[in-house]
Every structure is written in structure tokens, then in C-alpha cells.
Write a protein that binds this ligand. Structure first.
Ligand SMILES: C=C(O[C@@H]1C=C(C(=O)O)C=C[C@H]1O)C(=O)O
Length: 366
């Protein structure tokens, strides 16, 4: 080794000094966030409640972190660190409670933590409808619900809830879904004859299971966390679940990333009660009902095409009350405050029987 190379000791001294500076800067930042809270509070009228969480500002901060990043840490790692710093700063302004589709350890909880960071209180709900109700009633600040999976398609319960719920979409999160085969301390790994999981996870790991455990019974349960909980008392059972469930229940991974499609991902929506201003890169979601006549969908989509607005999702659901033939769930790029989106929405409102605006929100950053 040449003499000019730094020693372990000098490198660690440098790291210690840098840590001290980073810590000081983070606390300076936190103190600014506290002052922001005071400014927000002071700007309120009598009886009005300040809104501390600003999704559009957080999206802008994270996008800037990624744009200016020059490594060696990659953009995503750097943004995740800032995600946690902002989460801790926001908790100083107001500790937030986030309702999600539980139980503890589900992918929806992982999505909530990916979006809000770890300095929030996550509240597990038994059903998707309950998540909506918690937000509507003000018992939770925000809610997180799954909306579509790249392998298994849309989550119909979520779409149906949007038709009657009084909430606003204020964000989206995408999560890569990795499944693992998990066992407990008492499991005899060579004798696995029963595997617990949620029906969707079995569907997402079908080929792997056929190849590795063709004879094991596949027992569907209400969630992957439930699977992780149940198998612990059985010496010949395993569970398929994700990382968070493995951690919570202290399980060992026998096989990792066993999903058949390596790009398996789920999209989640964040619901709240306030409208979100534009972040510069936004999406808008609406529900539209049209009379059942030839060319209805064509007629509905034409204004988007003419305005050059990019559609990101179109789902069709039969109307459940019998009065309308179809409900279309449409996501498109742009914020409802921009001229082009305002014009398109006006046009759509003229054509449709009914339009419900679900909200404009920043495109997922992480
Ligand atoms: C500090 C603010 O409040 C919150 C905290 C943020 C942060 O730590 O950067 C950003 C947006 C808000 O969710 C703000 O609105 O600027």
C-alpha cells in the first residue's frame, strides 16, 4: 500500500466530522420546518385548521434531490434518505396518522411508509371501505389503498369505494412486490406440506410453486400477514409474504423473490380531504358515467386526444345502481388548475351524464 492512501483511522475521523456537520444541518432544517408550521398556523382564519403536510412541495423537494445528485449514492437511495428527513421534520410540525389496509405487515403498510416515511403513525384497517371512512371522519389524516397490480389487475373494491366516498386523491405510490417463502423457528424445512398466503400472492407465484412445491397444499387466507402469523404454530407449514411481514413475525426466508414476473408491482393511492396544488408534474383522476350508446367511450376520449393530454389509465366498471350503463375511471397527466385540463374537463362534463373529480396529485417520485 502506498503512503498517500488514507488510513482506516483518518477515514473514520473524516466520517465522524462529516456526521457532526450532517447532524447539525439536519437540525437546522428541522428548526426551519418548525418555523414553517408557525407561519402556516398564523395564516389561518379563526376556526380554520392549518394543513401541514404539503404533498406538492415534498414531491418538488425529492425531484430536486434526484436532479442534482451526482453520486456515488444513486438517485433513489439519496431520495429515500431525504424522504425520511422530511418525514421527521413534518412530525415536528404535526404527528400524522395514516390509515391503511391492514393487518400490520401488508404491502399497503409498506406503501404508506414508502410515501410518508417512518415518522408517521400507521393505523391498520380491516377493509378498504374502513380506510375511506377513517379519512372522511377525520380520525386519520390520510389513507392508503391498493388500486392496481401489474399481474392481477385492478382492485375493484377500491374503485367502487371512490364512487361514493367523499375524499380527494392526493398522491400515488408504486411498490415493487417481492414475495418470499418464509418459515418459523419450529418449521422442519424439508417437510413443508402446507403453504399459507393471500390468493393474489399464490397467483403471482404459481409457476415457482408448481416447480418447487407441487405437492404442498396452498391454503388461501385473508392477507399475507395473516399467513405469516398462522404458520408459526405448525412444524410442516410455510408462508408466502413480503419483507415487512418477515420482519414483524421474525421469520426466516427459505427462498427470496419467488414471484413469477420480476416486474410485479402494485400501485397505491393516497386519499385525504384537501385539494393539492400543482407540483409541476401531476396526474388527475376522474370518474365519468356515459349513456350506453355506440361510440360512448370513443366520444369521451376524443377531447383528451385533441388536447394532446396523455391518458395513463382507463378502467370500465358496470354501474351498480342500474341507472347508468358504465362508469369509466380515467387517470391522465396534468393538473386540474391548468388551462388545457380545465378545457377538457368542461368538454367531458358536457358529454357525460355525470363526472366526479377525484383529485389532482403529484406523480410518484420514488
Ligand atoms: C416544511 C414544510 O412542511 C412539510 C415538511 C416539508 C419538508 O420537510 O421539507 C415539506 C412539506 C410539508 O409536508 C413546508 O410546507 O415547506
Amino acid at each position: 500500500m502506498s503512503d498517500s492512501k488514507p488510513t482506516l483511522e483518518t477515514l473514520r475521523d473524516t466520517i465522524d466530522q462529516l456526521d457532526r456537520q450532517i447532524q447539525e444541518l439536519i437540525n437546522k432544517r428541522a428548526s426551519c420546518a418548525q418555523q414553517v408550521a408557525d407561519v402556516k398556523q398564523a395564516g389561518m382564519e379563526e376556526g380554520e385548521k392549518a394543513v401541514f403536510y404539503r404533498p406538492e412541495r415534498e414531491a418538488q423537494v425529492l425531484r430536486r434531490v434526484m436532479e442534482r445528485n451526482s453520486g456515488p449514492l444513486n438517485n433513489e437511495s439519496m431520495a429515500r434518505l431525504f424522504r425520511e428527513i422530511m418525514s421527521a421534520c413534518l412530525a415536528l410540525e404535526e404527528p400524522m396518522s395514516i390509515a391503511y389496509l391492514g393487518p400490520e405487515g401488508t404491502f399497503t403498510q409498506a406503501a404508506a411508509q414508502k410515501h410518508f416515511g417512518h415518522a408517521v403513525r400507521t393505523l391498520p384497517m380491516a377493509t378498504i371501505d374502513e380506510v375511506f371512512r377513517e379519512v372522511e371522519s377525520g380520525s386519520a389524516h390520510y389513507g392508503v389503498v391498493p388500486v392496481e397490480n401489474s399481474t392481477e389487475g385492478v382492485v375493484n373494491t377500491t374503485l367502487d369505494s371512490f364512487t361514493h366516498a367523499n375524499v380527494t386523491i392526493c398522491g400515488e405510490v408504486e411498490l415493487r412486490i417481492h414475495h418470499h417463502l418464509l418459515v418459523g423457528a419450529n418449521t422442519k424445512e424439508n417437510s413443508i406440506s402446507r403453504i399459507y398466503s393471500h390468493q393474489q400472492s399464490f397467483a403471482q407465484c404459481r409457476q415457482w410453486l408448481d416447480a418447487h412445491y407441487p405437492a404442498a397444499d396452498r391454503i388461501p387466507v385473508s392477507s399475507n400477514s395473516d399467513a405469516a402469523k398462522r404458520m408459526q404454530s405448525e412444524w410442516n407449514a410455510a408462508a408466502i409474504a413480503g419483507e415487512v411481514a418477515a420482519e414483524i413475525y421474525g421469520l426466516k426466508k427459505v427462498a427470496s423473490n419467488i414471484e413469477d414476473n420480476p416486474h410485479n408491482s402494485t400501485r397505491f393511492l393516497i386519499v385525504g380531504r384537501e385539494h393539492v396544488p400543482s407540483s409541476g408534474q401531476d396526474k388527475t383522476s376522474i370518474i365519468v358515467s356515459m349513456k350506453n350508446k355506440p361510440g360512448a367511450l370513443y366520444e369521451l376520449l376524443a377531447p383528451f386526444h385533441e388536447a394532446g393530454i396523455m391518458l395513463t389509465r382507463v378502467e370500465t366498471r358496470p354501474s351498480r345502481d342500474g341507472t347508468w350503463a358504465y362508469l369509466f375511471f380515467i387517470d391522465f397527466e396534468g393538473h386540474e388548475n391548468t388551462e388545457s385540463v380545465k378545457n377538457v374537463l368542461k368538454h367531458v362534463e358536457e358529454l357525460a351524464v355525470y363526472v366526479k373529480r377525484l383529485g389532482s396529485y403529484p406523480k410518484a417520485v420514488l
